[in-house]
Design a protein around this ligand. Structure first.
Ligand code: 5GP
Ligand code: MG
Length: 172
């Protein structure tokens, strides 16, 4: 495995994002909505960098069922957060085709939030299939399969403190 983003690079970028988002949402009823499970560490660390009061909710959605191949998106509606009239920041780990975020945005919009924006830690370049672009992002990365800092391969590697590229030899 090859380290793409170190723990300290991620922390430094989260400091910047925290400042940017705190300024943008000061005095507003912010709810951060994370997409489980991949965004877990990103959301938890970002919350600690926000110096404005905010609520948090999670949506459970999965598109990668096995290995590195995408499946259809399934969304668990059971824990749908209360977001009506709130300023919502939808947070995912990675923006790849964009299908996950655009589907979840439609679902959240139907609950009539006051505003709705998106933030992703990683933005894969050149793989988008939708016109949507995230409002905030941590890093643009090349089109490679990455793990760590919440991101998995068959549920493994989420615990890594850094982001690494999973290479063919790692899968053999
Ligand atoms: P999209 O719907 O934008 O194609 O994909 C977003 C979801 O696919 C992410 O939430 C993530 O779960 C998964 N995904 C996309 N690229 C990668 C990757 O390189 N590594 C991992 N672990 N998951 C990915
Ligand atoms: Mg995901």
């Amino acid at each position: 495995m090859r380290v793409l983003l170190s723990e300290s690079q991620i922390a430094a970028r989260l400091d910047e994002l925290g400042h940017e988002l705190s300024a943008a949402y000061r005095g507003r009823p912010l709810t951060v909505v994370g997409v489980l499970t991949g965004s877990l560490l990103f959301v938890a660390d970002l919350m600690r960098k926000l110096d404005v009061p905010h609520q948090v909710g999670f949506l459970q959605a999965s598109s990668y069922r096995t290995g590195t191949k995408a499946g259809t998106l399934s969304v668990n509606r059971e824990y749908f957060p209360e977001i009506t009239d709130r300023d919502v920041m939808l947070i995912d780990d990675i923006f790849d085709t964009g299908c996950t975020l655009s589907t979840l945005l439609e679902l959240l919009q139907a609950a009539r939030p006051r505003s709705l924006r998106t933030a992703v830690l990683l933005w894969k370049e050149g793989t988008q299939k939708v016109a949507l672009q995230p409002d905030y992002f941590g890093f643009k990365i090349p089109n490679e399969f990455v793990v760590g800092y919440g991101l998995d391969h068959n549920q493994d590697y989420r615990h890594l403190p850094h982001i690494a590229v999973l290479e063919a030899s790692d899968l053999a």
